[in-house]
Each structure stands twice: as C-alpha cells, then as structure tokens.
Design a protein around this ligand. Sequence first.
Ligand SMILES: Nc1ncnc2c1ncn2[C@@H]1O[C@H](COP(=O)(O)OP(=O)(O)OP(=O)(O)O)[C@@H](O)[C@H]1O
Ligand SMILES: [Mg+2]
Length: 286
Amino acid sequence: MLSADVSLAPAAAAAAGVRPLVRLRDVHLSFGSTPVLKGIDLDVFRGQAVSIIGPSGSGKSTILRCITGLLRPQHGEIEVDGTRVDQLASERDEIELRKRVGFVFQQYNLFPHLSVLDNLIVAPVRILGRDKADATRTAYDLLKKVRLENKAHAYPGELSGGQQQRVAIARALAMQPDLILFDEVTSALDPETVGEVLTVIRDLVRDGMTCVLVTHEMRFAEEVSDAVYFTDAGVIVEHGPANALFRAPVSPRTREFLAHTPSAPETAHAAPPRAPLALDLRHFAI
Ligand SMILES: Nc1ncnc2c1ncn2[C@@H]1O[C@H](COP(=O)(O)OP(=O)(O)OP(=O)(O)O)[C@@H](O)[C@H]1O
Ligand SMILES: [Mg+2]
C-alpha cells in the first residue's frame, strides 16, 4: 500500500519528479550464453509494495539478486536510492548496499547455534556497530511485531517453519533497511503456517515498508501490492496496478498464466517446495 511517504500513484510520482527507490532500466543478464533477463524495466517507489509474478524460470529471483548486487547484469542500469548497483566498485560498497536492502527468501538460514534474540542482534552489533543493549531493545520490539515475543530465548530448531520465517523477517528488519525483498518466503512452509507469515508481511506493507515480493500467492499479491509485474522468459510482459493486472490483464500470456494459477485462499494454498536456490546466498542473509 502507498504510505504517507508517497501518496502519489507511480505515474503521478514520476511526473512530479519523485525518483523511484529502486529503478531498473533495460537490464540484460546472461548465464554463459543463456540470456535470462532480456531488458527489464522496473520501478519501486518508497513506501510501495511491488510484486513480481510469473512462471518458474522466468527470471524473478534473478531480478531480486540483481537489486542486491549479488548478480551483475551485462547491460542496463540498476539504481537503489541513487546508488548505481550495477557499478559498485568495491566489496565495501557492496556491503553498504546490503545494509540497506533486506533479503528474505524461502530458506530462512537462521544461525542454528544462536537464540532467536541473538540472531536478531548479531548483525546490528557486528556490522552496524550498534550498542548491544540498544540492539536488544529493538530486537524485542521486532519480535513483538512478528508475534514471537515469547520465543526470544528459543533456538531456531525449536521453532516451526512459519515461526523461523518470521524470525528471518525480524532479522532483516533489525538492520533497518530501506527496503526488503521477499523471494517466495512461504513456498517451503506447511500450508497452515503460510497465513501467519503473510500476516506479518501485510502489517509491514501497511506500516509503509518498501517491499518487493516474488510470490505465488496471487490473492495476497493482489491484496497488498501497489503494482504487479508479470515476467515470462526474461521479459516483463505486463505491469500495472494490482487490480488491473489481476482483473483485466491485457496480454494473452498474462491471461493464460493467471488462468492456470490457483487463487485459493492464502491459508489453503502453498506452492510446492522449490530447489534451494538461496543456499549460496546464505552469508548475505544479514
Ligand atoms: N547461477 C545460475 N547459473 C546458470 N543459470 C541460472 C543460474 N541462476 C538461475 N539460472 C537460470 O536462470 C533462469 C531464471 O532463473 P530464476 O531463478 O531467476 O527464475 P525464477 O523466475 O525465480 O523461477 P522460480 O519460480 O522457479 O524460482 C532459469 O532458467 C535458471 O535455470
Ligand atoms: Mg525464484
């Protein structure tokens, strides 16, 4: 939902000269000789929730990894809050970017040997240099936000998948990022716990957190998103306001995709588990 920060629709915001927080222009990326992104344009304004939907292999995760600087396109521009991500020159700059961009994905990748509380304070203390007592206070506030204040001293192995995912979201928030990217964060969850994670994300969106969501939860995407991008085979086939894209898609390909996508209630549907794409990103999940 649009926050007070950006009370304008994207077109109006652009017309008013408001620069998107995230801006991709003509992004092309190949793995070897295989083109995967073929000219991606995408705008996310501060306070917006933007969803990326599309079939498996269409490039959704690759787009998110480009936004965090984990992948560098061969061509095009990627900007996050004025920083040219595609031109970052040093590891230090990359770390600076990752402090500002939270990334939550299907595999929660919590530190198993640390309590929930310590999972939330380790990066703020070690990476941001925050005072431990201060970081602890913030951690308790965040645990309340994700409805897990009674689990501060539990270890990840003692929590359900949905609870671990909520800790992962709190951990991302503990870095006080400018935006959070969510990559199919409910896909590996038991259907019964999907709803509790979506509730937490819904609250964040309502609070005005800028979010980019890759999701197969179409109903949820329609409900929370200001804008939706539909990807297929490395291109954005169509994008627009959520209700327009879901209710009156223009492209036959979008129509076909939506016709084959179950739009069951969020608690009754979870996409099948997917390959653990994010494992190689583990050490970036700060
Ligand atoms: N590291 C890599 N090396 C080679 N090919 C890759 C790599 N990562 C992704 N790909 C390929 O790039 C394409 C896009 O992958 P991506 O993970 O972005 O798709 P996706 O839309 O997120 O799919 P899914 O819905 O299954 O998660 C796929 O064909 C995938 O096999
Ligand atoms: Mg993916």
